[in-house]
Design a protein around this ligand. Structure first.
Ligand SMILES: [Zn+2]
Length: 308
């Protein structure tokens, strides 16, 4: 039996994905994580369906954005304008993987900032750039929207790949699992605080995403070994403290494992089969009725009014 808490988590997760929590639940202010680092986009902060979008100040005048959200670039900019990063231009956009809730608004940022440099891993490149037969890989249909493919200026191929942007060092780790080209990005501030941007490391793991659980287990072991102080995650928020970060990364599989999804999905079907086979043992001395549709049951009751 799966604990009820798990079902609850699945519900919350899907409720977020399918927009049950509308904008009335908006958190009005972006969240400061560290000096020069803010949470500026999310389901409640920028718009329905958005992943968590992080803005990191680099150099004196620029911002590196981690993921773009679905379609609310202007709201994200309005949020940035409420922080110490206001008056800076977005010069870099790192896309952590090919899913619509992370890349949908990338083309909007590219229009707003023509000099922006957009990064993505080579293994998710075909989906991000809208190559034929890759639609399912972006999950755009989950949001009922069409992807306008962004232009990728820098394709990440090395592992790890170290970016030096105006004196800010960002280490991009290839962390396949959720998608083949998923990456996690490590930033260390002047005080030595390690911040890991690990979007969607909780999954889900779906055949239609080309998810791979074995790759994912290896990727998570690697992320745990980094011993980050802060994890900036894609849908669950920000985890502070080495132990909390480790616990979240370790706990992922248990929460959003493909097998578990299947277990939930197939539960009614599987149970029905067991119940019918148990009933069949009583066949000799009991009359057994099996209804395949509520209408059949209704009709049966109507035909036997004395029963009610
Ligand atoms: Zn994803």
């Amino acid at each position: 039996m799966a604990p009820l808490t798990r079902l609850f988590e699945i519900y919350i997760f899907n409720a977020q994905r399918f927009n049950f929590f509308k904008r009335k639940y908006r958190i009005m202010n972006p969240k400061k994580i560290l000096e020069g680092l803010y949470l500026v986009g999310s389901e409640s902060l920028s718009g329905s369906g958005d992943c968590m979008v992080y803005a990191l100040g680099i150099g004196k005048n620029h911002i590196c954005l981690i993921d773009a959200g679905t379609q609310y670039a202007q709201q994200i900019l309005d949020n940035i304008a409420m922080t110490e990063l206001k008056d800076r231009d977005i010069s870099e956009l790192i896309l952590t993987h090919c899913h619509f809730d992370h890349i949908g608004a990338a083309h909007q940022f590219q229009q707003l900032f023509p000099n922006i440099k957009t990064y993505a891993h080579s293994w998710d490149l075909a989906a991000i750039t809208g190559q034929p037969n890759t639609k399912g890989l972006t999950a755009a249909n989950w949001y009922g929207l069409e992807l306008v493919p962004p232009k990728i200026d820098y394709v990440l191929k090395k592992d790890p790949e170290i970016l030096n942007i105006e004196g800010t060092k960002l280490i991009c780790y290839h962390t396949p699992g959720h998608t083949p080209g998923s990456i996690a990005v490590l930033y260390e501030n002047k005080e030595g605080i390690k911040v890991l941007f690990g979007q969607d490391i909780h999954g889900p793991f779906m055949d239609e995403f080309n998810s791979n659980i074995n790759d994912w287990v290896k990727s998570m072991k690697r992320l745990i070994s980094i011993e980050s102080d802060i994890l900036c995650e894609g849908h669950y928020g920000i985890f502070e403290g080495k132990e909390k970060v480790k616990r979240f990364i370790e706990g992922c599989k248990e929460k959003f494992d493909m097998e578990f999804y299947k277990w939930i999905w197939n539960f009614p079907k599987r149970s029905r089969h067991k119940i019918i086979s148990a009933l069949s043992k009583l066949h000799d001395h009991k009359k057994i009725y099996v209804f395949k549709h509520p209408k059949e049951l209704k009709k049966w009751i109507e035909d036997f009014p004395s029963l009610i």
